[in-house]
Write a protein that binds this ligand. Structure first.
Ligand SMILES: NC(=O)c1ccc[n+]([C@@H]2O[C@H](COP(=O)([O-])OP(=O)(O)OC[C@H]3O[C@@H](n4cnc5c(N)ncnc54)[C@H](O)[C@@H]3O)[C@@H](O)[C@H]2O)c1
Length: 252
């Protein structure tokens, strides 16, 4: 397969300190992008940077996706460092709360998983389109990470599933609006992936998901990241508003 070529492009990744976000940062760097690794946890974001071949080319910044001022400040810092705003965005930050007594109303999950994507997308597109509202293709690309449970639901994750259903319809709505402005938006629906997020799940719950997965296993973050970087690349130039399931067959 021909490699992706992101030479000269600046990519912003949220949740880049762990799991799928980290794997995406590493593949973007591998394929020539300058990567702005952001995470709520700046220590893990810096660790991601240290795993890249030329860390000085990239940036690691603390960013809570629920805080509008923090998001704006990261976009400004990235633009100032590179002399241009990021043109690639991956919204990977997310939380999963399985104990219903912790987030009784689902507010935390909605704030991070859904409102976070609204805020980052808003700041990213505003900066990218400033003085450049024309319709020419190839100005930018956004990939949002939803989940297969955003399509099929799950009895143990009702708020999480609702937040991810929102990510799917938000992505399609943005895709329709942004394509006219030269920004492609797509979304990825992973199944069960081995990351810090799924580590606390009970063995029984994990097994019940694997049993419903035709491939009979969970996924690796790198297997999701390969699809994300494909969607970011020019190789997917005719894909807009797609929701790509990367699940080993779960929920197809
Ligand atoms: N692991 C799975 O099975 C799975 C399945 C479907 C979808 N997803 C989605 O993939 C994305 C990545 O998840 P992961 O599995 O890599 O999890 P992860 O826990 O390994 O990584 C998530 C990252 O998001 C960061 N984060 C949390 N709250 C934040 C905030 N307010 N601001 C900024 N960063 C914040 C965390 O610090 C962490 O580094 C999430 O959106 C998740 O919902 C994961």
């Amino acid at each position: 397969m021909a490699p992706n070529d992101f030479t000269g492009q600046v990519a912003l990744v949220t949740g880049g300190g762990s799991g799928i976000g980290r794997a995406t940062c590493l593949q973007l760097a591998r394929d020539g992008a300058r990567v702005v690794v952001t995470d709520f946890n700046v220590k893990t974001a810096s660790e991601t940077l240290s795993l890249m071949p030329n860390p000085e080319k990239h940036l690691a910044l603390q960013m809570d996706v629920t805080q509008q001022s923090a998001v704006q400040s990261v976009i400004t810092t990235a633009r100032d460092k590179y002399g241009e705003p990021p043109s690639l965005l991956v919204n990977a930050a997310g939380i999963l709360i399985t104990d219903p007594s912790v987030d009784k109303t689902g507010t935390d999950v909605i704030n991070v998983n859904l409102k976070g994507i609204f805020l980052v997308t808003q700041a990213f597109t505003e900066e990218l389109l400033r003085g450049n509202e024309g319709a020419q293709e190839g100005k930018g690309v956004i990939v949002n990470i939803a989940s297969i449970v955003g399509k099929i639901g799950h009895p143990d994750f009702r708020y999480y599933a609702a937040s991810k259903g929102g990510v799917i319809t938000y992505s399609k709505s943005c895709a329709a609006e942004m394509a006219r402005k030269g920004i492609r938006v797509n979304c990825v629906l992973p199944g069960l992936v081995d990351t810090a997020m799924t580590k606390p799940l009970s063995e029984e719950l994990r097994q019940s998901i694997v049993d419903k997965t035709p491939l009979r296993r969970s996924g690796k973050p790198e297997e999701i990241a390969e699809v994300i970087v494909f969607l970011l690349s020019r190789r997917s130039s005719f894909m807009v508003g797609a929701c790509v399931e990367v699940t080993g067959g779960e929920g197809m």
